[in-house]
Design a protein around this ligand. Sequence first.
Ligand code: SF4
Length: 397
Amino acid sequence: MNEKVYPSLGLLYLSAFLKKHGYEDISLIDMNDGKPLPSFVDADIVGFYSTTPQFPTVLKIVKEIKNINRAKDSLYIIGGPHVSGKPEDAEDNFDIVVAGEGEMALLDIVRKKEKNEKQERVVRCAYMSDLDSIPFPDRDLIDIRSYKYRLNGHLTTTMVTSRGCPFGCKFCANNAWGKTLRMRSLQNVFGEVKLLKDKYGYDSIMFFDDTMTVDKKRMNGLCELLKGLGIIYRCFIRSDTVNENVLTNMRDSGCVEVGVGLESGSQRILDIVGKEEKVGTNLSAIKACHKVGLRVKGFIVIGLPGEDKESVRETIDFLEKADLDDIDITLYKPYPGSVIYKEKEKFDINFTDDYEKAWYKGRPESYSTNVSTKSLTSDDILVLRNQIENRFKKNRG
Ligand code: SF4
């Protein structure tokens, strides 16, 4: 399957960072192509990035790479959200596990390898505080325009203006970037937007920050810079971080759609998972977006701790009122690193560590879940999810 929707910006950041420090001989095997591995590689250091659902596949691929790597004494490294939450899963198959942000850790590993120094098995990284010191992602490493995400029909690419999220949703495994919010300067962000436009020909951007509007003053400032550039964009918000003023500025600077994590229409469920938002706030934010002319895509999760038929009914009632333009109904998957995963016994939730089933909606056409609550079996959760999608998804297919 060709999954070329968005490139992995994390890997492109790592490449740019190493190049900035003089390590130029870097290549990337882009497995998003769906193409087979090359017949051989010749790499002193082989790095992998993996989310939880990708992890079983990554374990297979590292074995294959070890067979085709002609270099002797290579180091095999893995980073990304899964091993940042559960490094022990990777210790049998990788020499080094990087937990957290990878730039400084990888540079240190490369330097130690050069000097033949002893390496740590698990590297827990300090978060980079000065994001402006990180160069823009090395998009020349891949065929960037072969990624197919479109916004309003425009070929669209991704970027991030901040790292970290200060909120504490208990289902969220924001292991890689952590809770400390760090933001790039607006001039630095503007420079990358200009580069995407002038060098790569993009007039449409998907901002992948966890919450783009976490600082309204900064967002207003960014809107001022974006106005007049002739780009359109999409980003993620939290309902309690927006008001009509910032949403108007966003619209005027090219925003056409926002994605918002609504999770559930049941206040009881929002409280259990530590969302610290009110159902009413979510409804008001959606109304405010619609009032200024922004489309809203809402993200709903079925199977969160405590889910029962009543909470699902409340979610259906909520969706009736919300009148979203687009919707994603996901199956809850407890990811390593999240509070619910780590403190399972405190929640009304049962699950197994079946990472093959950890796709957040399931692989297309074969959705499955490894989660149940006291009131709902895994099958119940799957059926309810599909019923809600059939009823509310406008843009199927
Ligand atoms: S779900 Fe979103 S708002 Fe909540 S902690 Fe994660 S990134 Fe932050």
